[in-house]
Design a protein around this ligand. Structure first.
Ligand code: SAH
Ligand code: SF4
Ligand code: F3S
Length: 475
């Protein structure tokens, strides 16, 4: 069997979408002069950085259509929810918001409400929205985001609900507009989808199979970002280690890092997520060797017990994970490690959970994102008979958090008196003279500075340590 090769959405299809953008721009110009005010949109994004990046694409299309962004839903002409379904609480939040919009729509019949993203890839969700939230105008999924101009145009013309969700795609849409939230740092998606089917996870069902972007497209995007003044990029993929496996030719993620490291202008390159089962030595060497690639690895362990890891279909044992951490540290001693951990996977006993605590103590993560297991319909783990009661999950979660906080604090304590390199991002939220930025290892550092430092690399000597951030003085 030959390998499945990812293709690009045809240039004609992309050109078609630009035509709809133009039609809507004319439409909006007429509205702006009729109303005597800008037409505005508001996007609420749930979930991961992939979704953030997708919302930046929607923003790009909307600004070309003549919409201005608004921070408020109440004064917007178009409201979009870009949804996530990785855990149940993410879904519940969306339904809450949608219900509240009914009143807004009653008061403003021209208001367009659109909902998209991962939740929409589940047929029962679309059915529920169709039945219960009749005030929603447009429903679309993760695979046809680039078709948003066409869908919006149909909704504006027909005034009926437009529903268009695709089951899958083998293509990637390039060359659509993008308006980014930040200018110094940018997300760059390098691959879409996931083939891993961890038994608890809905992502492979809602994001489809792995599809890598063409290396030329990625390089062009990064070059353009550098020209626009961007200093840091984060390469995104559910499993970046698989980058290139679906492309014609010999490509690897390590190769991509080495390629991007050579580009001028960008100071720092980050990436996420690496699946421990196929983190190659080649990648470790690339992180070690590439000047711009930061010494930070997000390496989700998910659980400590090998029995649970097997049930999760993670394809590594506790020992293999700890060996991998050791190997990474041997080659890159200063690397900072972050992880994801799920507490209360079906069948997790107190002994299994103790193994998770043991991994946290041994691996010494700089940071851990911890989650209560959430049952996702359609995934194998949801059918497991031995689900863990909520209160047991919560109690374990609290213990895990206490241990991780202790470890994070301890690691930060060792930075006291040390000098670190900080990319200055801007003023900190709480002060007019305190500036904030991150170290290469992704630690937040606050210090007294001045506006002209924003966007540059400075050296800061750490004099105060907290669990989640560091304070210091410019040197
Ligand atoms: N592709 C990445 C992460 C994707 S989802 C990876 O493989 O690591 C982000 C995190 O959400 C996961 O790492 C996992 O810790 C968590 N997660 C996924 N499904 C979950 C579920 N059903 N319940 C609780 N947490 C879940
Ligand atoms: Fe989900 Fe596993 Fe894929 Fe990550 S690797 S997105 S946890 S199935
Ligand atoms: Fe959520 Fe979809 Fe990301 S389910 S975590 S937004 S890929």
């Amino acid at each position: 069997m030959g390998k499945r090769v990812t293709t690009q959405v045809s240039a004609e299809e992309i050109a078609q979408q630009y035509k709809y953008i133009e039609i809507l721009r004319d439409y909006n110009q007429a509205r702006i002069s009729r109303l005597g005010r800008p037409v505005k949109y508001n996007i609420e994004t749930f979930g991961c950085q992939m979704n953030e990046n997708d919302s930046e694409r929607l923003s790009g299309m909307l600004s070309e259509m003549g919409y201005s962004e608004s921070a408020k839903r109440t004064d917007s002409d178009l409201i979009i929810f870009n949804t996530c379904c990785v855990r149940e609480n993410a879904e519940q939040k969306v339904y809450g918001h949608l219900g509240a919009l009914k009143k807004l729509k009653e008061n403003n019949h021209e208001l367009v409400i659109a909902i998209c993203g991962c939740m929409m890839q589940q047929p029962e969700v679309v059915e529920h929205i169709r039945k219960v939230y009749k005030h929603v105008d447009i429903v679309f999924g993760t695979h046809n985001l680039y078709k948003f101009p066409e869908l919006l145009n149909t909704a504006v013309e027909n005034k009926g609900t437009v529903i268009d969700v695709w089951d899958s795609t083998g293509s990637i849409a390039e060359n659509m507009p993008i308006t980014r939230k930040e200018s110094l740092k940018a997300w760059v998606t390098v691959m879409y989808g996931c083939n891993n089917f961890c038994s608890y996870c809905i992502v492979p069902y809602v994001r489809g199979r792995e599809r890598s972007r063409d290396i030329e497209e990625i390089r062009n995007e990064v070059v353009k970002l550098a020209q626009e003044g961007c200093r840091e990029i984060t390469l995104l993929g559910q499993n970046v280690n698989s980058y290139g496996k679906d492309l014609e030719g010999e490509y690897s993620f390590a190769g991509l890092l080495r390629e991007l490291d050579r580009l001028d202008g960008i100071e720092r390159i980050r990436f996420m997520t690496s699946h421990p089962k196929d983190l190659s030595e080649e990648l470790i060497y690339a992180v070690r060797d590439c000047k711009k690639v930061c010494g930070h690895l997000h390496l989700p362990v998910q659980a400590g017990s090998s029995k649970i890891l097997e049930k999760m279909n993670r394809k590594y044992s506790k020992e293999q994970y700890l060996d991998l951490v050791e190997k990474v540290r041997k080659h890159i001693p200063d690397i900072s490690l972050s992880t994801d951990i799920i507490v209360g996977f079906p069948g997790e006993t107190e002994e299994d959970f103790a193994e998770t605590l043991d991994v946290v103590a041994k691996a010494r993560f700089d940071m851990a994102y911890t989650f209560l297991y959430s049952k996702r319909t359609g995934t194998p783990a949801a059918k497991a008979p031995d689900q863990i009661p909520e209160e047991v999950k919560k109690e374990r979660f609290d213990r895990l958090l206490a241990l991780q906080n202790h470890v994070s604090r301890d690691i930060n304590d060792r930075l006291l008196g040390k000098e670190v390199e900080v990319l200055v991002e801007g003023l900190s939220k709480s002060s007019k003279t305190t500036y904030t930025g991150r170290t290469r290892e992704n630690k937040i550092v606050n210090f007294k500075g001045s506006p002209q430092l924003v966007g540059s690399l400075v050296r800061v000597k750490i004099d105060t340590v907290q669990t989640w951030s560091l304070l210091g003085k410019l040197v």
